[in-house]
Design a protein around this ligand. Structure first.
Ligand SMILES: Nc1ncnc2c1ncn2[C@@H]1O[C@H](COP(=O)(O)OP(=O)(O)OP(=O)(O)O)[C@@H](O)[C@H]1O
Ligand SMILES: [Mg+2]
Length: 222
């Protein structure tokens, strides 16, 4: 699904952030990436979404070298982000936040409203919550909306940058269980940057980014 081939990157050509990183991520699998602050984890996610481009090497998603694609097309059709601070529209309802993503990704879909409602319900956002402006929702509820927004698109890849970083331990665990369960159900490739060992133990693979290099350290696949 995603093939990163010998990718190197620096912001200023002085300090190298990634040095010849090669890794593959598969459909229907979950991955966690951890490593020291400043090691380049968010940078790696930005490269996969075509927000920044590698100095050398290639990133392929579903047989497309993304260097040849417009970044907006990559984010509309291939890659969705889930952010630590949710980044929802505060004055829109939960359902409207998800509807916007669905409309951008799939404007001609019949029964789109029903699809977003079902997905939000699956994430524990009930009928009364989904009609509330998201500024009135708790952090855990807002992140469930963020996950629904990422899942509602047809995009095969979900990139989550410390998605439970602002949540207490119990809520983080609930939200993460849902993210992992639905990622599997919807057959997405999900890559989660996290400092949490609890989350690392729940993903199929765990990778360490350190000194510009990424290596697999653990697999929880039986
Ligand atoms: N736009 C930018 N311009 C210049 N340097 C940057 C830019 N963004 C990040 N950096 C630097 O690149 C390095 C890697 O940053 P990045 O945000 O990818 O780290 P991270 O592993 O996500 O860290 P954290 O765990 O703190 O989120 C850091 O030293 C950071 O200061
Ligand atoms: Mg980061």
């Amino acid at each position: 699904m995603i093939d990163i081939k010998n990718v190197s990157f620096s912001y200023d050509r002085k300090r190298s952030i990634l040095q010849g990183v090669s890794v593959s991520f598969s459909q229907g699998k979950t991955y966690s990436i951890f490593g020291p602050s400043g090691s380049g984890k968010s940078t790696l996610l930005a490269l996969m979404g075509g927000i920044i481009t590698p100095d050398s090497g290639e990133i392929w998603i579903n047989d497309h070298n993304i260097a040849n694609l417009d970044g907006r097309l990559i984010r509309r059709t291939m890659v969705s982000y889930i952010f630590q601070d949710y980044l929802l529209f505060p004055f829109l309802t939960a359902q409207e936040n998800v509807e916007i993503a669905r409309e951008i990704s799939n404007p001609h879909e019949n029964n789109g409203g029903e699809k977003t409602r079902k997905l939000l319900n699956e994430l524990g956002i009930n009928e009364s919550l989904l009609r509330k402006q998201v500024r009135y929702l708790s952090g855990g509820e807002q992140q469930r909306v963020g996950i629904a927004r990422a899942l509602v698109t047809g995009n095969p890849v979900l990139l989550a940058d410390e998605p439970t970083g602002n949540l207490d331990k119990a809520t983080a665990n609930d939200v993460m269980q849902l993210l992992i369960k639905l990622t599997k159900e919807y057959n997405k490739c999900c890559i989660i940057v996290t400092h949490s060992e609890m989350i690392r133990s729940q993903t199929d693979y765990s990778l360490l980014l350190d000194n510009g290099c990424l290596k697999q350290v653990e697999t929880n696949l039986k």
